[in-house]
Write a protein that binds this ligand. Structure first.
Ligand code: SAH
Length: 241
């Protein structure tokens, strides 16, 4: 945890002030500060308000399961990556890793979609529940010292995603679909916004690639080696931006 993410309910003073206040933490973050960071009264820790500024929190009180900090928030979070990531829903464990990693790299819009080689049961995963979905996102923000939560959208019908939504969603962006069989290499350090589609663990079926091509997406490859989804996503992002 390189940043302690603060939520409106944490503020006992200054909840409405963008430049700081007093916070009181319990639970996971409090334990982390005490057990991992081993902070003491007077120490300063990196903090950030969800959706807002980053700054320092000076510890003013520590008890068994209670931590109070005086918080000064002075700088803006890092700029987001100009990308929308469309990801075929992977299995739950991989999904958690990819969400954390993509969030840590600055992705702010993630759309999880269904297609032929996505297993139906993945859609019943607990990771997708409303209360569970923010967990890897929060961990990604805490990891990367950022405060802006990504938006995550779910689309269970590939056909209607491609036919009804994708043109608007990807309008004005460079449209790429990562596909190991593509002849064209993935471009490097591109200008402007990108819509990037990453396939399921079993890959896309030819019809799906055709549909995406019909919507203006160019298939691009990362080289001869086929990577796992959790590797392919950061490699693609690092190459594009
Ligand atoms: N057997 C599948 C492998 C899928 S890997 C196939 O041949 O398509 C899962 C996803 O990760 C792929 O759909 C693609 O989006 C991305 N990916 C993995 N390795 C890649 C590579 N070398 N080039 C481009 N995309 C890759």
């Amino acid at each position: 945890m390189n940043l302690i993410l603060l939520f409106p309910d944490d503020f006992v003073e200054g909840a409405g002030h963008e430049d700081g206040g007093i916070v009181r933490l319990t639970g996971r973050r409090c334990r982390h500060v005490q057990e991992i960071q081993r902070a003491e009264v007077g120490d300063e820790l990196c903090v950030g308000r969800i959706g807002g500024r980053i700054g320092r929190g000076r510890v003013i009180r520590i008890d068994a399961d209670l931590l109070e900090m005086e918080v000064r928030l002075e700088r803006e979070p890092p700029a987001p990556l100009p990308v929308t990531l469309l990801l075929a829903l992977p299995r739950p464990l991989v999904l958690k890793r990819v969400l954390l990693g993509a969030t840590a790299m600055g992705v702010k819009k993630i759309l999880l979609f269904n297609c032929n080689r996505v297993e139906r049961s993945f859609w019943n995963s607990k990771v997708l529940r409303e209360d569970a979905l923010p967990v890897p996102l929060v961990l990604g923000l805490e990891q990367s010292v950022d405060t802006c939560m990504p938006e995550v959208l779910l689309r269970t019908r590939f056909k209607s995603l491609v036919e009804d939504e994708l043109a608007d969603l990807a309008a004005g962006t460079l449209r790429l679909v990562a596909h190991p069989e593509a002849a064209r290499p993935c471009p490097r350090e591109v200008e402007g916004r990108v819509t990037l589609v990453v396939g399921p663990e079993g890959g896309f079926v030819p019809y799906e690639i055709e549909q995406l091509e019909g919507c203006g997406f160019s298939p691009v490859a990362l080289g001869e080696r086929i990577l796992r989804v959790e590797s392919a996503v950061p490699v693609l992002l690092a190459r594009l931006f």
